[in-house]
Design a protein around this ligand. Structure first.
Ligand SMILES: NC(=O)CC[C@H](N)C(=O)O
Length: 365
């Protein structure tokens, strides 16, 4: 049974992580978690495969990539005791039954809660995910996965697969990893049918002219306007391990409204955005659509993975919910503005990653 005051501060972030920079990536993740926590957030979402970096390419064939990622995850789980009320969602490759999955990991206050495996891989355009990963196919099914005893955790197993998390105060958190949103069978539909309050999408989505606006306006806002709920989207920024450029624009939406969006082409290493959302608004929004209520009532009830701690607390009684953004024009660039801001941002991150001090460009031919 829902409680009445269900306001909660949620956080998303853009992180300029680099393929195989395990320590640096860990530090950036810790920085964003600390910032989100200091701002009073109860959940912090990071981008896809955030721990090793999205663009590790054939390094995903090397066991060292998994091993160092899991070493960092173990450190992060320990570190999460510094933010006891914060649910941290990060990204990590995980081997289960001998197969490698692209996963989101959920952890809180020293405990690894769930490893959610990606259910639709990206192989179009510059993406080659099925070269390294397999997709998880068992909808809303998860298994107890034994943890590697060589890496320190205070627990010996963790649920692995597909599922929904539920806090002590019944806030439901679900996962839709990057490509799953782009697919016509988007996961957010069945998450909403299970009453999920907060949908987390950690992504590794690269820049193409106009793509960012499509991603936010058509996919994130379009989906959230259809199925309702809070949508947290986090994307990388920078070059990662590839020649492509990831263009951030991490955002927070609720019931079709944009509440926060991190700038597409900033050059900071990390950015955090938060919003105060009233989760009761999700119920009101969904209650209004009888067709979807009918669809939802047809579905079998999924037993959630419960975790300790309240999500809908910490917002003071006089703090208002974040209002819908009205200055989207400043954030959602025109194609000309994207052409002006994109290449300098790309050159900056490329220069920084290469360790050089400048570019040499012949001006006279
Ligand atoms: N990493 C992914 O799953 C990429 C998904 C999607 N095709 C995009 O370009 O953003």
């Amino acid at each position: 049974m829902d409680q009445w005051d269900r306001r909660c501060r949620v956080a998303t972030c853009t992180v300029n992580n680099w393929a195989l920079d395990f320590r640096g990536n860990y530090e950036r993740i810790v920085k964003t978690c600390s910032e989100a926590y200091a701002l009073g957030a109860r959940i912090r979402l990071g981008p896809e495969l955030e721990i090793p970096g999205y663009g590790c390419a054939d390094h995903f064939f090397e066991l060292d990539t998994e091993r160092h990622s899991w070493e960092m995850l173990s450190k992060l789980v320990e570190k999460s005791k510094d933010w006891p009320e914060l649910l941290v969602i990060t990204g990590i490759p995980t081997r289960f039954r001998g197969l490698l999955y692209n996963c989101a990991a959920a952890l809180k206050n020293g405990k690894l809660l769930f490893i959610r495996a990606k259910m639709g891989l990206a192989d179009d355009n510059v993406y080659r995910e099925s070269r390294w990963f397999v997709k998880w196919t068992e909808t809303f099914k998860h298994y107890e996965m034994p943890l590697n005893a060589q890496i320190h955790f205070e627990q010996s197993t963790v649920p692995f697969g597909d599922g929904i998390l539920e806090s002590s105060d019944n806030v439901r958190v679900g996962f839709e990893i990057c490509e799953e949103l782009w697919s016509s069978r988007s996961t957010n539909i069945r998450l909403a049918e299970q009453g999920v309050d907060i949908i987390c999408n950690g992504s590794g989505s690269h820049h193409i002219l106009g793509k960012s606006n499509y991603r936010i306006n058509q996919l994130i806002l379009g989906s959230s306007a259809k199925v309702g709920g809070v949508y947290l989207y986090a994307n990388h920024r920078g070059c990662d391990g590839d020649r492509v450029y990831y263009d951030g624009a991490s955002s927070i939406a609720q019931n079709g409204d944009l509440l926060a969006q991190i700038h597409q082409f900033d050059i900071e290493d990390t950015c955090v955005a938060t919003a105060i959302v009233d989760l009761s608004e999700n119920s009101v929004f969904r209650q209004m659509k009888s067709s979807d209520r009918g669809n939802a009532s047809d579905q079998k009830t999924v037993v959630p993975i419960r975790f300790d701690g309240n999500m809908a607390e910490g917002v003071k009684f006089n703090q208002k919910c974040t209002e819908r953004m009205t200055n989207v024009e400043d954030l959602q660039l025109s194609p000309i503005a994207e052409l002006c801001h994109g290449p300098p941002a790309y050159l900056w991150t490329y220069l920084r990653r290469s360790g050089m001090v400048s570019f040499r460009q012949k001006l006279i031919y």
